[in-house]
Design a protein around this ligand. Structure first.
Ligand SMILES: [Zn+2]
Length: 149
């Protein structure tokens, strides 16, 4: 995707988010770009019908009420590696999102013992160490960002 298309896509999807959280998500995209990543917004708002469709397809664990249906979540893609985001991309995303008061699904589903060390890396901004850890084990939705209401 060229830069103009990427920028337009990111603007359009940010506009779907709730106005109270839009700036935080916008800053995540800006800071990821500043860190040298090509970040692409993939999906923001979902209708309840689409959420149900994804649930039935096994692509989400939430049948209703996901934060996408409330305009409080954004899925992103590493545009340089759309099918296989680099560990550094996912680690930087988790750290940058945390600094904006947002959360990614990087730790979702991990046993508590594994989550603890990774969470400390996020909180203390140790993205390089985090990238090394998540090469081996990470949660199931690293490219999902949400604003916890
Ligand atoms: Zn999502």
């Amino acid at each position: 995707m060229n830069n103009a298309d990427l920028e337009a896509r990111n603007r359009n999807l940010l506009a779907e988010l709730d106005a109270t959280v839009r700036e935080a998500f916008d800053l995540v995209l800006v800071q990821m770009e500043n860190a040298g990543h090509r970040i692409r917004a993939q999906e923001a708002y979902r209708t309840p019908a689409r959420q149900r469709e994804l649930f039935l397809a096994g692509l989400t664990k939430r049948v209703t009420g996901g934060l996408h249906t409330r305009r409080l979540a954004l899925d992103v893609v590493d545009d340089a590696h759309p099918d296989n985001p680099s560990p550094q991309f996912m680690a930087d995303l988790a750290v940058v999102a945390f600094r904006q008061g947002l959360t990614t699904g990087l730790l979702w589903g991990l046993p508590r013992s594994l989550a603890k060390e990774r969470r400390d890396c996020i909180v203390f901004g140790r993205a390089t160490q985090l990238a090394a850890l998540i090469q081996f084990k990470r949660g199931w939705d690293a490219s999902h960002i949400e604003a916890t209401p």
